[in-house]
Design a binder for this molecule. Sequence first.
Ligand code: ZN
Ligand code: MN
Length: 474
Amino acid sequence: MDYEVVIGLEVHAELSTESKFLCACTTAFGGEPNTHVCPGCAGMPGTLPVLNKSAVDYAIRLGLALGCSIAERCEFDRKSYFYPDLPKAYQVTQFNSPVCKGGTLEIETQKGSKTVGITQIHMEEDAGKLVHDQGVFTLADFNRGSVPLLEIVSQPDMGSAEEAVAYLEKLREILLYLDVCDCKMQEGSLRADINMSIRKKGEKKLGVRTEMKNMNSFKAIERAIKFETQRQISTLEEGGVITRQTLRWDDDKGENTPLRSKENAQDYRYFPEPDIPALQISAEWISRIKSELPELAQQKRERYTEKYNITAANAQTLTSHKNISDLFEETLNLSGDPAETSNLIIGEILRLMNKTATSAEDLCVDSKKLAVLINFLKAGKINRSVYKEVVEAVFTENAEPEAYISGKSLFLIQDSGAVEKAVTQVLEENQKSIEDLRAGKDRAFGFLMGQVMKKLQGKGDPATVKELLNAKLK
Ligand code: ZN
Ligand code: MN
């Protein structure tokens, strides 16, 4: 029997605002446990929340980028549940009136492009973190408690692990370019809940779905979806039934196990948050955010190919992460040479990142120094192999190009007198090559070039050497 899988994703993105969702504590990752905490986010009775306006700005920003409609008025709700990482015993979220509704995300798959619907985006606060590996105790760290989150809920429009990963990659790209989330999955800034079911091909009715929560690696998500697809198919084939439940994915074992039966909305006793007034979002507010929207990767790719004559494949590589396109653009602004700058980033920087296992998130290279090197190369002050060597020194140890090159005396000889002298000597010593050249043996020219370079200990500027050699030969 042929089955098809139906996948919807709920993605939680931690916002990179300075302060938390409902208090002024910092959102900085890490820190000594329970130092980024105040009575408010520690859930002390009698404290009152104050909504972070930037978090709303970020929500509108993402909503506009995904083509959602922004609510003129939205409210907050309490989602009640007891858990040790949630000291208030409720999460402030949006249940009845999310800030953004509708919208789409275009993804690229092997079968071509596909549109995934966005049901809604709502704002909510994060919970704290439980630490289980400290002996017999479980410890609670509330530093993350009440950090603002956007929950992006997709339509069940994805039909394979590949499509789910493509959706997440595209969403991450947009979040990064909008500068609303650092998307560090290993730090939990971006996590996905997978909702999935299967049905016989051609059937319209959705099957019973299961959920796998808090997935924070694309690899694990891909494996989990493939495993769960097979599990659901075998269950049905063996005459069993699929029950609506939450499963825990164990990436080490490569399998999932039931965690709990799926709760429904009633279990959470949602009710309007009485301490936060309804939020009015004016048309002016929305148009201000619209006018400040940064350029997204797709627009950058178009600009790179049209304005800088960069191939589509290279434009794709240069925009694969915001930090890479930022480095490209900053270097280009100073060097003024799109082709050489693109070659530098794609040929050298990406190679060095690969070699040193540096992720794009951690990329930190001084664009000014790179531009200086491009200018040295173009002015004939250094040759290409020195150029590459110094790029590596800048990348790995933030070396100062000028000091590095003079320290190792790697600058090419700019004094044309010295080059001329070497050319004259080489021609005197190699009469045979001159005769060969006159007899039409063009290879002799290369030999003479090589001899001059040798005399200059490799520090001649090839263009100058070639020019003077040609002149003298005439
Ligand atoms: Zn606080
Ligand atoms: Mn949520």
